[in-house]
Design a protein around this ligand. Structure first.
Ligand SMILES: NC(=O)c1ccc[n+]([C@@H]2O[C@H](COP(=O)([O-])OP(=O)(O)OC[C@H]3O[C@@H](n4cnc5c(N)ncnc54)[C@H](OP(=O)(O)O)[C@@H]3O)[C@@H](O)[C@H]2O)c1
Length: 313
């Protein structure tokens, strides 16, 4: 089978499609024939070597976290799935390996793919959809009438975060570049702000929640826009940042939270239910595996907004 691997850290030119033996499964595992896998910024942060502490430096390494495909083999201890079932799911964030013709998973890492969405759409859901769910439901506990600002709203997580916050009854202000404004409106944002034209520090509103998906908004700047009891969520879980947030939150009613993604099958099932209930899953660009370097080159340079997917057949 084909698998994307790399044997040193670097830019997308380190990625290679190599022939590998199809992996064997244990009693409690399933072999999935991958139809599509999506691209996440986490992928390139890992192969660039920016997350060595968490990913380790042992090579070769695989790429890709979330996927959708068809169950090809089931172990004797697997109860819920049969050969031929359409599923979607995630691999270990720091080990990766979804960009392959086959992946081995446990039942707890997959859910049934709703028939109403394509494999490309299902592959685009796990990491970004679960991140948005965790932020909106748990970290920020967004509720009816809350004022929510999403900075970086037209990216993979943002497009879902807008929709989930709206479903909670919030009023959403979406900050994007010029090319993302229309998409953010389509997802339900009440107000869109082009960050190339307006500084968010000049916005007149005060917010119950600010979600920074751009990695560029410091808490110090966001604090000025928060109501007295409010939450700021950011996406870079460094040990220093987590410790700083812990101590800050002991003494302030303006809370600082950092997402540490905890993917679960329960979360995937919640996303499947949302997809059946009309959650929009826009896939902006689809590449085939032979163009894996181009796919990562373009997405990591910000040339593709929202979700990009690689198809395997
Ligand atoms: N901590 C965790 O567990 C976890 C889990 C999932 C994701 N993440 C991280 O979360 C971040 C967002 O993920 P994603 O998949 O949504 O990434 P993405 O698709 O690349 O979206 C990021 C967005 O940020 C926007 N942006 C860039 N510069 C900006 C600026 N100055 N002001 C406002 N927005 C700006 C971009 O918008 P334009 O294209 O319009 O410029 C882009 O759409 C990434 O860093 C990812 O690694 C962390």
């Amino acid at each position: 089978m084909r698998k994307v691997l790399y044997s040193r850290f670097g830019d997308e030119r380190v990625l290679e499609v190599r022939e590998q033996p199809t992996p064997a499964i244990a009693k409690d595992q399933l072999l999935i024939q991958v139809k599509a896998a999506s691209i996440n910024p986490l992928d390139w942060k890992i192969y660039h070597g920016e997350m060595k502490l968490l990913s380790g430096s042992k090579f070769p390494k695989g790429v890709g976290i979330d996927f959708a495909g068809i169950v090809s083999q089931v172990g004797l201890g697997v109860a819920r799935y049969q050969v031929g079932d359409a599923v979607f799911g995630f691999l270990d964030v720091f080990k990766g390996g979804a960009l392959a013709d086959y992946v081995v998973v446990a039942e707890a890492a997959i859910a049934s793919k709703p028939a109403t969405i394509s494999f490309d759409q299902a592959a685009a859901l796990p990491v970004t959809g679960l991140a948005a769910l965790q932020i909106v439901d748990q970290l920020a506990a967004v509720g009816q009438g809350h004022e929510v600002l999403i900075n970086g709203a037209a990216g993979g997580v943002g497009l879902f975060a807008i929709q989930l916050a709206k479903r909670c009854g919030a009023r959403v202000t979406a900050v994007t570049g010029p090319a993302g404004l229309q998409r953010a409106t389509q997802m339900g944002a009440d107000l869109v702000v082009d960050y190339t034209k307006q500084r968010i520090s000049q916005l007149p509103q005060r917010f119950d929640t600010i979600i920074d998906l751009s990695d560029k908004l410091a808490f110090k700047a966001a604090k000025e826009l928060l109501k007295p009891r409010a939450t700021f969520v950011s996406m870079l879980p460094s040990p220093l940042g987590l410790a700083g947030s812990f101590f800050h939150n002991l003494f302030s009613s303006r809370k600082r939270k950092i997402l540490i993604l905890k993917p679960t099958a329960t979360g995937l099932n919640a996303l499947a239910a949302l997809a059946q209930d009309g959650l929009q899953i826009p896939v902006e660009k689809v590449y085939d595996l032979a163009h894996v370097r181009q796919a990562y080159g373009e997405t990591s340079q910000g040339k593709v907004r929202g979700k990009a997917v690689l198809v395997l057949n």
